[in-house]
Design a protein around this ligand. Structure first.
Ligand code: ATP
Length: 255
């Protein structure tokens, strides 16, 4: 279950009139970037696609099945969400946190088994936080916490990743590693949609883009068609200088 179909979707952004209905399909193997200025509705869209908020109109389907008809457990077995903000509600170690990714697959009161542990440890290693396994998450740095959050979704092993600014708090090396991980997930047949503020990460790693404007306007399609300075300058209300490095456009804000 890894195709996400969005039909005539109007996201319920508080205080905003209806925008352009979104109709698109996130297919296995694709990496979508959602771009837009602060407040454009990127997080609200991702939470709507994850079934955490009802849309104002339209429908979301996971492999042909309306999201609204699926049980949360079924959704969690197929869709993983990396939140932009998270609260550590109770004290938990890094390993215990990663193991939460296995909960959609465990019956109530069943403890995690050896395979669950193996998956969690492998995910912590992949995100370069295995050495922190016994530390309380509340004691970690911002970037370490972000990597634990991504490791938790990797442990969950969803066919569809929704990631809200997955490179938040990360240094350059770990930004690259996380983008490479998401690209690898797609290359293995999963689907990825992520909100990004960094145009250059979008340019390098996303094959499709959805541009969200603050007034509810939107456009989407293959990245090549949308990574056009005029469209991006209008999106952000920001002048850009453009260069090309390694065949991909690079954008630098200028005043
Ligand atoms: N619970 C709420 N009550 C009132 N307004 C809300 C609520 N949740 C979101 N909003 C508003 O909806 C709009 C869209 O918010 P959202 O977080 O989706 O934007 P975003 O594009 O992700 O922004 P950013 O780039 O700053 O993360 C914002 O103007 C925000 O203030």
């Amino acid at each position: 279950m890894n195709r996400l179909e969005i039909s005539e979707l109007v996201v319920d952004v508080p205080g905003r009139r209806d925008g352009r209905p979104l109709s698109l399909s996130v297919e296995p193997g694709q990496v979508w970037g959602v771009l837009g200025p602060n407040g454009a509705g990127k997080t609200t869209l991702l939470h709507t696609l994850a079934g955490l908020r009802a849309p104002r109109a339209g429908e979301i389907r996971l492999d042909g099945r309306p999201l609204a008809t699926l049980k949360r457990r079924q959704v969690a077995q197929h869709l993983g969400l990396v939140f932009q903000e998270r609260q550590d509600g109770f004290p938990a170690t890094v390993l215990e946190t990663a193991l939460i990714g296995r909960h959609p697959y465990l019956s109530p009161w069943r403890m995690e088994g050896g395979e669950d542990l193996r998956l969690a440890q492998a995910a912590l290693e992949r995100l370069d936080v295995a050495h922190l396994a016994d530390r309380l998450v509340s004691t970690l740095s911002g970037g370490e916490r972000q990597r634990v959050a991504i490791a938790t979704v990797l442990t969950q092993a969803p066919a569809l990743w929704l990631a809200d600014e997955p490179t938040n708090h990360l240094d350059l090396h770990h930004q690259t590693e996380v983008m490479a991980l998401l690209a690898e997930q797609a290359a293995e047949g999963r689907a990825v949609m992520m909100c990004l503020h960094d145009l250059n990460l979008a340019s390098r790693w996303c094959d499709h883009l959805l541009l969200l404007y603050p007034d509810g306007e939107a456009c989407w399609g293959p990245s090549d068609a949308l990574l056009v300075p005029a469209a991006l300058e209008r999106l952000y209300g920001q002048r850009l200088a453009t260069a090309e490095i390694g065949g991909a456009p690079v954008f630098v804000p200028v005043r």
